[in-house]
Design a protein around this ligand. Sequence first.
Ligand code: CP
Length: 305
Amino acid sequence: MSSSKMRHCLELSSWIPDQYLFFFTQIQKTKQSGFQSLKKEFTDQCVGLIFQEPSTRTRVSYQKAIDHIGATSYIVENNSSLAKGETLADTIKTLQSMGIHHFIVRTSTDEIFEIAKCYQKGFLINAGSGTKHHPTQGLLDAFTIWENFGKLEGLQIVLLGDLMHSRVARSNLAWMKAFGIKPTVCGPASWVNDFEPEHVIIEDDMTKAIENADVVMLHRIQKERFREEEDFQQEEYFQKYCMTIEKLTQTKKDAIVMHPGPINRGIELSTDVADHEKSKILQQVENGLWTRICLLQTLLRAGSL
Ligand code: CP
């Protein structure tokens, strides 16, 4: 991959395996070298973080990544003029007038794609938009699996839970498609039936879905995205789809469990599973930081060519 061609990072559907492998190698090298090897090479760069929706992992990891490479971050959240009706596009123009030209944006809509069509002054990173795109979560999840197994091709992957509302699931499906992986999707019918059968295997029975899995990716129940008529029975969900220690023991010896976070203990997974050695949830969080450091370096270096 030529990193000089990369201007923004909005989604993963156009990425090819070589691009992922380029990033995996970069992330692995950077992680192995540690924080002390990072150079403060971007002291003249300012990055605006515009977060219209709550975030801990993504926002803090970007802030920390920006600190490590010597740039400066400015945070705009919902206690800003966004709450007074200022649009995302006008917020970006406002910050640009102060000399901030790079933006990392989390929104409930896909407006960032329209803005990106004519945005040339710096980079735009999608930190999660709507229900379709969370590219760095997809990238860090793919890296975490690659780090654990040394490959992606040929792995049996299960996506479990609230997939309908999940931009994480769709971002992960993008790289799975690129690597020729047809995952199993499992969850209440109304949450999995919209996925195209040529790209996924639909399985209602969790026990069957996970028995041969290498990777079980759990997804948060996103009540904040439910439509009014949506009928969610928490106890029924727990019985059928919660990853309990009993179900975990039915997975293969080397199987791993992932969750993008934030987790709901006792809903998507039990506490003993969350803290189990097969759980890679905190490894995902750590890899999120290294992934974002490498992405920022790549975009800022490309912009200076
Ligand atoms: N996984 C994820 O995006 O977490 P945050 O909402 O905490 O950023």
